[in-house]
Every structure is written in structure tokens, then in C-alpha cells.
Design a protein. Structure first.
Length: 313
């Protein structure tokens, strides 16, 4: 993914809107730097979506125009994608956006980025993915070389096991997006001692990658409310340690909560409104196959006391 470096641009964002098997809406938004926003009425945003592309399926790519929607606080363009191919671990379809900002006929910015169209969301206390209830199972991973081995990528894709990674690199995000590995970005350490604006920029950058479905944010170090209005197509999660108050930020869309005694845990989060993902940290690093088995064991321990939105080790 390339990022704009022109000083007149604050950020470029691509995100999907309403989507069903017949048509999906995809948007490109360009926000100007504050001292250039007075010029926005003279600018036009145009481009194309090209795709879909997928390593595991053969498709005939289309070239779909992004039409300028006029300017408001940002420049905005919309593409209507017929018969969209959604990004899933099984078939990680991606589109590529090629954008241009035009000023009186002259191109002042070119930007290229990958785009996902997926259906991930929250209904009550459950997660839904691609139109079905989804129970997330994941493992905290640390990759000494920055990316997992092919065997781990294949296992993660085939079993829909997410990797929870502290501030995943662009290289990892790109690989996971192409190969169908779900990522949860643990952004807590990355957001310590940064301004709200810079924090939103970091989370927004992570959100652009198709594989990243959740970002864990420390609600104590950064108000989630300042992120929630800036990040689309990504669920924001709050992390609770054992002994923490079960109070959850109103802006948290999912909660990662560490498990002690199963019965006590179930009682503690009985009335928690966002989906709760149960966390049991393992004493040492294990292979992803062992981690997945540990997720299933955690689910089994909690089953007599309640059903949760996910299980992470």
C-alpha cells in the first residue's frame, strides 16, 4: 500500500458501505491538511476499482469507476460494485483502488491501495461474518522474522484461526491479506504517549488492510470515542485484565477479557453489552496448532457457564 506524501493531504481512506450479494458500495475519502481545506471546492476525486483478485480462485478482473460525490469536509468518491466478491479467509478477494485528485484539470495526487469488501459486524452480543454468526478463535503470536512460516499461514486460513499481533507490520498485513489469515492488531503499546490525532492515524492505517478485523485499544490511555468516528470497517476492542473493573467503554465494540475461574468469569460478564472474547494467556509460546487446541479447551471450560463471542490464548 502506498501512502500520500503531498503536504496538502492529511489522509486517504478507502472503505466499504452497504453490501449484499447483488451490489456493494465502496468509498474513497481524501481529507486535506487543515490549511488547504479552503481549496476543496476546486478539487475533484476520481479513479477506478480493479479486481477482484485472489490467489485461490480465478476471476476476470473488472474496472469499476469511482465517481466524484462532491466535497464536504473531505473529497468523496463512490463505486458501485456489482456481484461483489467478499474477502474471507477461504477466498480472500481483494480489489485495488487507483485514485487521482484533480485541480483544474491537473493531477495533484495519485494514490493506490488494496480494498476489501467484507461483511463483519456486531449483533447484540455476537459477531457476524459474511452473513453468519462467527466465533473468533485466535492466538497471541510473535514472529521473530516479522511474518509466519507458510505452514502457519495455511493452518490459520484453513481453520480460521486469527493471529493477535502487537502492531503488525505492513509486510505482515499485506501477506495475511493475500493469503487469508485473520489478524487482530494489538495497538495498546503503539498508542501510549501519542496524541489522539496520531493514534487515530495509526489505527486508520491498520484498518486499511483486508486481513485486520479488530484493533485492541487501551481505553485508559486513549479515549475510544476519539477513534470511533475516524475508523471504518474495523471493530475496536477494549482489553480487561483479571481484577479490572468490568466497566466497558461505551465506544468499545468488542471486549477481550482474561479468564480466571470460569464460573466467576461468566457471572462477571453476564450483563456485558458488547460481544465478549474470553482470553487465557498461555505460560509459553506454542505452535499455532497447539494454540488452536487451547482455544477449544477454553471454550469447553466455559461452556457450562455461558457462550461467548470468541476464545483467545
Amino acid at each position: 500500500m502506498t501512502q500520500p506524501h503531498d503536504p496538502i493531504v492529511e489522509h486517504v481512506e478507502l472503505f466499504s458501505g452497504a453490501a449484499d450479494p447483488a451490489v456493494a458500495r465502496v468509498y474513497a475519502s481524501v481529507r486535506l491538511a487543515e490549511n488547504h481545506r479552503r481549496d476543496i471546492a476546486h478539487l475533484k476525486l476520481r479513479g477506478f476499482l480493479i479486481g477482484p483478485e485472489c490467489e485461490f480462485a480465478h476471476t476476470l478482473p473488472a474496472r469499476i469507476p469511482l465517481a466524484d460525490c462532491g466535497s464536504g469536509e473531505t473529497l468523496l468518491a463512490e463505486a458501485l460494485v456489482p456481484d461483489p466478491c467478499f474477502w474471507t479467509p477461504e477466498l480472500p478477494f481483494q480489489y485495488r483502488a487507483e485514485l487521482e485528485v484533480i485541480d483544474h484539470g491537473a493531477i495533484i495526487l495519485r494514490h493506490s491501495a488494496v480494498v476489501r469488501i467484507h461483511r463483519l459486524g456486531v449483533r447484540g452480543r455476537e459477531l457476524f461474518f459474511d452473513g453468519k454468526r462467527f466465533v473468533l478463535r485466535g492466538s497471541f503470536r510473535h514472529y521473530s522474522e516479522g511474518v509466519p512460516e507458510n505452514a502457519e499461514l495455511d493452518f490459520a486460513r484453513e481453520t480460521v484461526t486469527a493471529a493477535v499481533v502487537a502492531w503488525p507490520s505492513d509486510t505482515l498485513c499485506q501477506l495475511a491479506s493475500r493469503r487469508g489469515m485473520l489478524l487482530v492488531a494489538d495497538m495498546r503499546a503503539a498508542l501510549v504517549s501519542v496524541t489522539s490525532r496520531h493514534a487515530a492515524e495509526r489505527v486508520r492505517a491498520i484498518a486499511q488492510w483486508p486481513a485486520v478485523i479488530v484493533a485492541i485499544v487501551d481505553a485508559e490511555s486513549l479515549p475510544l470515542i476519539e477513534l470511533s468516528g475516524s475508523v471504518r470497517n474495523l471493530l475496536l476492542g477494549q482489553y480487561l485484565f483479571q481484577g479490572d473493573s468490568p466497566a466497558v467503554s461505551d465506544q468499545a465494540q468488542v471486549v477481550f477479557a482474561e479468564v480466571g475461574e470460569p464460573g466467576e468469569f461468566a457471572t462477571r460478564f453476564k450483563n456485558c453489552d458488547p460481544p465478549v472474547l474470553a482470553v487465557r494467556r498461555l505460560p509459553e509460546a506454542v505452535k499455532i496448532e497447539q494454540a488452536r487446541a487451547a482455544c477449544d479447551a477454553l471454550q469447553g471450560d466455559l461452556a457450562p457457564h455461558g457462550d461467548f463471542a470468541g476464545y483467545v490464548v
